[in-house]
Design a protein. Structure first.
Lengths: 120, 627
């Protein structure tokens, strides 16, 4: 099992409290692997499904927000209930429950595990 | 007995470390219970300070310690990290580092963390402790932690952090003495430890996890009841149905159960007004007091019980955690009109008042999204519109039941709330698809565990609301009423005040009458509308005062009867529409100007809303008969 690695160096978040560059897209994983790791994301999860987060495909600023709430690469995420229509959906992550809109959930890539696997 | 002998060191500990802690900042992630702790410590002595440039209203309060000295607490906005990304985090950072001129640099910090989610919340500990200020780490919600089978070694955590740690339940009052001890400077502080300053979230989380496991932190099991309740409240069918029932029940009870309380307040004002009238000799002072102040301000204060009931319900919904679920259910609508999730909280608080709502838009980083939210916030039905709606609805609609359980008045009130929301949404749609187009930012909303609202916190909310309501009645509304009384008593002719329609106020009303005639309003309502631009509910005071002066014999003439006499049903509906859309609030205009940094937006907003109000009222007044 390959552990996801973070890029260090330029993609790094700010080093001081001063002005921050926000335009750097953050790639939090280099897990572009075999056929079984087709790009699945949180939207592919149904209620009760579990997965491991692999990558946050969002601008650094937005990614930071999500990471502060527990959506870190390598974190275990369980899909929960949702608003009527399936959007937004509540995800259980790092001991708390966080609702995420579908458009955002799509950018949170996962490595599948847990029950009811579905081939995309 | 035995304790006294070795107490020598004790005495020096009290006096030694700090002479007086002047300002202490309270900081922590959102929803960690900062404000509950703040209220618990300051009791009822809290005041709301409105610093220019501060994200949300920043609260400061005074804690009085057993020793007699007092400490000023600064309640900072909830932040996840100390790296300033949005304006509210900037405020927290600036206050803590003493970069703000308007707030004294805190000499100590209370760091409030949720003990049921320590792994994540500890992330904030490193940057806060690195500031080098004496810090008490407060692990809040100790009762929840215990009930759900979580535990940790406090001493070990103190060693890991190099700071004192207190396990507290702010809701229950548990562990508060320890906090007071810290504030008094009587707590022995462990040797500070230099902690890694990490700005990378994954690394920071890793560090927090390590500290947690060294302190033998065992996370509590998931809240069982929250899961069960969510299965009902977020059910695709039952969820929205319950949402509707809750809303209907809230408004229905506002119309049905508060009548005795309102009658009592009304009686109080009538009785005291009559007493003043009987005691004082006929004079201008008596006229000012009875016809001006009493019938004017009094007719507004009558609505206090209803406003309080509304806020009791909102308080229960908010404190229990249900409002977060309501936000979830409503989010689809927000997304469709192009608003981001962060706009929801300001819009929700705009139901109380647009001013704090507009201040709280500072949490929105995207400037265009922020402007759009500021522009639509005044459409939400604020607490000042509420008494006006109640008065007109009660005057014109029978207390009849629809379908056996729904009162017509309830339906009308819900309709007006929905209308305000709809107009906000339509306006947002227009703005977001034209001048304020912007990319989307992610919507994330933490779902808090359900909790029982406590009597103390609900009581504090109501007290705070009463203060706001009465302060407005005692300042803006009182001032307008006195001015109105003056305007209604000049010019004097033959040593007597003029009839009201010939007075300055009456002339003013009759001057604008041609403009408002198409809406179905007469000059009296015209005066009311003019004064209501100071603050919406002033129209009630104005009408109360005008009718009081108009019928001097029956100073107590029922405002509802008087309105029925002067307005057609179509005009009454037109008046409701006018109030739903118009931006009749000086403070809102002022705050929009300050927050958008110029007159451009507030003027455009004022013009847009006035045009809508006029157009809407005009249409309703003319089309009503066809309905």
């Amino acid at each position: 099992m390959k552990k996801s690695r973070r890029k260090t160096g330029k993609g790094h978040l700010d080093k001081n409290f001063g002005a921050v560059h926000t335009d750097i897209e953050m790639q939090l994983s280099v897990n572009k692997g075999g056929p079984e790791s087709l790009p699945a994301s949180l939207v592919d999860l149904r209620r009760g499904d579990e997965a491991v987060l692999s990558e946050i495909d969002l601008p650094a600023e937005d990614a930071r927000r999500l990471m502060e709430l527990g959506f870190l690469p390598g974190a275990r995420v369980v899909a929960g209930l949702s608003a009527p229509g399936g959007d937004p959906r509540v995800f259980e992550v790092d001991g708390s429950e966080v609702a995420v809109r579908r458009e955002t959930a799509r950018r949170l890539k996962i490595r599948r595990k847990g029950r009811s696997p579905r081939k995309a | 007995m035995s304790g006294c002998a070795d107490c020598a060191g004790c005495g020096s500990a009290v006096t030694l470390p700090t002479v007086a802690v002047k300002a202490v900042a309270v900081i922590g992630p959102p929803n960690s219970g900062k404000t509950t702790l703040f209220n618990r410590l300051t009791g009822l002595r809290q005041k709301v300070a409105n610093f220019p440039g501060v994200t949300v209203e920043q609260h400061t309060g005074v804690v009085e310690l057993a020793s007699g000295e007092s400490v000023e607490l600064i309640d900072l906005p909830g932040v996840y990290s100390l790296t300033p990304h949005s304006e509210d985090e900037q405020v927290a950072y600036d206050v803590l580092t003493g970069r703000r001129q308007d707030t004294s640099k805190p000499e100590a910090v209370l760091l409030v963390l949720d003990s049921t989610n320590l792994g994540r919340h500890l992330m904030l500990a490193a940057p806060i402790l690195a500031l080098g200020l004496p810090t008490l780490v407060i692990l809040n919600m100790a009762d929840d932690l215990r009930n759900r089978g979580g535990e940790l070694d406090i001493k070990a955590l103190e060693r890991e952090l190099g700071a004192p740690v207190a396990l507290v339940s702010a809701r229950q009052g548990e562990g508060i003495d320890e906090v007071r001890e810290f504030l008094a400077g009587a707590m022995a502080l462990p040797a500070p430890k230099s902690l890694p300053v990490l700005h990378d979230v994954p690394k920071c989380r890793e560090w927090a996890g390590k500290v947690g496991s060294r302190a033998e932190y065992r996370a509590p099991i998931a809240p069982k009841w929250t899961r069960r309740l969510d299965a009902v409240f977020l059910h695709p069918v039952a969820g929205p149905a319950i949402f509707a029932v809750v809303v209907i029940a809230v408004f229905q009870s506002i119309f049905s159960y508060v009548t005795p309380a309102m009658d009592a307040v009304r009686w109080l004002f009538q009785a005291s007004g009559n007493w003043i009238a009987a005691t004082l000799p006929p004079s201008l002072v008596r006229s000012l007091l009875v016809d001006g102040v009493w019938s004017g301000v009094g007719s507004v204060i009558v609505f206090l019980p209803q406003v309080l009931l509304l806020f009791l319900f909102i308080g229960i919904l908010e404190d229990s955690g249900y409002l977060a679920r309501a936000a979830l259910i409503a989010d689809r609508t927000m997304a469709r009109v192009g608003l981001q999730g962060k706009s929801f909280i300001p819009l929700l608080s705009a139901y109380a008042c647009a001013v704090p709502a507009i201040l709280s838009t500072r949490t929105i980083e995207n400037k265009r999204d922020r402007t759009a939210t500021i522009l639509i916030a005044p459409f939400m039905t604020c607490a000042a519109r509420f008494p006006v709606y109640t008065l007109i609805i009660s005057a014109f609609l029978p207390n009849r039941q629809l379908l056996g359980f729904l009162s017509v008045r309830t339906v009308a009130m819900i309709g007006l709330y929905a209308l305000g929301f709809l107009m906000a949404v339509v306006t947002a749609r227009i703005l977001k698809s034209s001048i304020l187009k912007s990319g989307r930012t992610p919507f994330v909303l933490e779902m808090p565990a359900y909790r029982w609202p406590t009597v103390q916190s609900l009581g504090l909310r109501l007290l705070d609301r009463s203060k706001v309501f009465l302060r407005r009645a005692g300042t803006v509304i009182l001032a307008v009423t006195v001015l109105l009384w003056l305007a209604a008593h000049v010019p004097y002719s033959h040593g007597r005040p003029p009839a009201i329609q010939d007075s300055l106020a009456g002339t003013l009303g009759r001057t604008i009458e041609p403009a408002i005639k198409p809406l179905g309003f007469d000059w009296k309502v015209g005066i009311g509308i003019i004064t209501s631009f100071a603050a919406r509910e002033t129209i009630i005071a104005t009408m109360g005062a005008i009718y009081g002066m108009d019928h001097p014999d029956s100073a107590s003439m029922d405002l509802q009867n008087a309105l029925r006499h002067d307005l057609t049903p179509a005009a009454a509906v037109a008046l409701l529409i006018f109030f739903a859309f118009a931006m009749q609030c000086v403070s809102t205009v002022a705050v929009v100007r300050r927050e958008t940094g110029g007159w451009k937006w507030p003027l455009a907003q004022f013009a847009y809303m006035s045009a809508l109000a006029y157009g809407g009222a005009f249409l309703v007044n003319h089309l009503w008969r066809y309905i």
